[in-house]
Design a protein around this ligand. Structure first.
Ligand code: CP
Length: 320
């Protein structure tokens, strides 16, 4: 893996290798070893042009657990506010010797631009670009599903995932659809017609306008945040009406299958797409998704910067 820009760039085997590597790193981290020397002397830059809590902090934790040096760059408070371009920002970071850049940007395609224009010589990892993709979120979601429903092994065949809500503005949904399908899961999008993108018929997923019709058949109930900051139009009459049709409530959760789980990428609008009781329920794996994000991002940094696959390293007996 040279960069991680889109889930479309990964083969099924490569995606499973990320999950297997993350599982091994998580297993090792549960023991006495909390820090690995693998990326000692390498520099990872977190280049965030949009706000983030989970992704930025977990990339920082992941890089530090692999002994990399980390530089955190937030556009707010930088020379970006004086008009400096993405290109000049990237060239500046390159001059400082960045080996990898983790980029979040409001423009779809920003990570591709950084990698393809070769403004950066190092690895580029997409941490969310506009409404396009958020590949590491999809990988940590798949990792979490596999841990709960597939005994941490293989692919996701036989699993039905409902992705509910603001599909239109969601890079999480786009990356998840690509990855879940690649791993053999069945995907159904559940939303009001106004929040389903045009052209969805070509995506190879089911579409439903009724959560109540679908909830009984789902193994994974994945609620999405209503992205008010990207909405410049009226997509539903009132928040109350949206919550009534598409909010995950305790009442609706009673319809779920015995072993099915509740997910949300965060940050949540409690009381809108998910009730506080549902978010905090026994079936919710939302906090675990955040913890798994560190292992998955360690795996991505390891596989892109480490220069060898986990299996190769393990078989050569080299220490992590
Ligand atoms: N899920 C996610 O990307 O969260 P943050 O915006 O807090 O990084």
């Amino acid at each position: 893996m040279k960069h991680l820009l889109s889930i479309a760039d990964l083969s099924k085997d490569e995606a499973i290798e990320v999950l297997d590597t993350a599982a091994e790193l998580a297993r090792l981290s549960e023991g006495t070893v909390k820090k690995f020397p693998t990326l000692r002397g390498r520099t990872v830059v977190n280049l965030f042009f949009e706000d983030s809590t989970r992704t930025r902090i977990s990339f920082e934790a992941a890089a530090k657990r692999l002994s990399a040096d980390v530089i955190n760059f937030a556009a707010k408070g930088s020379s970006v506010s004086k008009g400096e371009s993405l290109k000049d920002t990237a060239l500046t970071l390159q001059a400082m010797g960045a080996d990898a850049v983790v980029i979040r940007h409001g423009a779809s395609g920003a990570a591709h631009q950084l990698a393809k224009q070769e403004w950066m010589k190092g690895v580029v990892i997409n941490a969310g670009d506009g409404t396009h993709e958020h590949p590491t979120q999809a990988l940590l979601d798949a990792f979490t599903i596999r841990r709960h429903l597939k005994e941490n092994q293989g692919d996701l065949s036989g699993i039905k995932v409902g992705i509910i809500g603001d599909i239109l503005h969601s890079r999480v949904a786009r990356s998840n659809i690509l990855l879940l399908k690649k791993l053999g899961a069945e995907v159904v999008l559940i939303a009001p017609p106004t929040l389903i993108p045009v052209g969805v018929a070509k995506w190879g997923v089911g579409v439903s306008y009724s959560l109540d019709d679908q909830i009984k058949s789902l193994d994974v109930v994945m609620a999405l945040r209503v992205q008010k900051e990207r909405m410049n139009d009226l997509y539903f009459p009132t928040e109350r009406e949206y919550a009534r049709g598409y909010g995950l409530t305790s009442e609706r959760m009673k319809q779920m299958k015995t072993k099915s789980i509740v997910m949300h990428p965060g940050p949540m609008n409690r009381g809108l797409e998910i009730s506080a009781e549902s978010a905090d329920s026994q079936r919710s794996v939302i906090v675990e998704q955040v913890a798994n994000g560190v292992s998955v991002r360690m795996a991505v940094l390891y596989l892109t910067l480490g220069g060898a696959t986990f299996k190769e390293l393990a078989s050569s007996g080299e220490s992590l």
